[in-house]
Design a binder for this molecule. Sequence first.
Ligand code: FPP
Length: 264
Amino acid sequence: MVSDISFNDNGQHHKNYSENKNERKLPEHVAIIMDGNGRWAQKKGLPRSEGHREGAIRLREIIHASLEEGIRYLTVYAFSKENWNRPVTEVNSIMRLAEYFFRKEFNKLKKEGVFFKHLGDIYGLPDNIKRIIDEMHRNNAKERRLTLSIAFNYSGRSEIVSATRKIASLVADGKIKLEDINEELISNNLYTSGIPDPDLLIRTSGELRISNFLLWQSAYTEIWVTKTLWPDFSPRLYRKALEDYSKRDRKFGGINIYHSSVKQ
Ligand code: FPP
């Protein structure tokens, strides 16, 4: 699955990349596993919460870089269901940070055409976060330059279980037949319904796994991994990932088919 892992963080090709901006193949949808906040903080002798705080600043920069580059969908993994197993102080710091981030950034981003979408189990979240997410969904951007999906209390396996239950109840109620169940129906019942599958998955901090993120959706996603920890990730390195993607030959299980000619 990981056919071409890039650890080249020097961004040397950035200049050529910019010059060829009009010719490159851009991913329509970029997904990011923002990993390494804790290690970044620990290396500096800081509490882990400082790593998350710095990570939130990077996230804001990468959202802006996505707008500049014309990316249409950006999906980030901010809190997994498994993250509840962390010490309560760390979980609380992430919840506070999320509240701050949503309150502070949402209106500004909305004006720039960023449409917000939450992915995950909203019922398992604290009331204040539930309220803000609900508010953001209700007062969303009219213009959709970029759809920003934030996976928060998310698990790819739980998402598939939830879709399976919805579909099973449609069958049980006689609303659909067993033969109506197909890949499209499953996709339409996931949290990501209406969003195309990710073209590119970026993971920071060097781990070679997808950690229960977008399991169904990433069947043919190109994976790009950097050893750089998320708080050190930069728009420049992001552009390097986009450049590397533009050189990938996507086959979708076939041969010699370039992704620019394939509609998903
Ligand atoms: C993984 O690093 C990161 C997280 C669990 C939290 C991600 C959160 C942010 C980037 C902050 C932003 C945004 C919102 C909206 C809350 P890790 O802690 O697992 O790092 P480690 O592997 O080095 O321990």
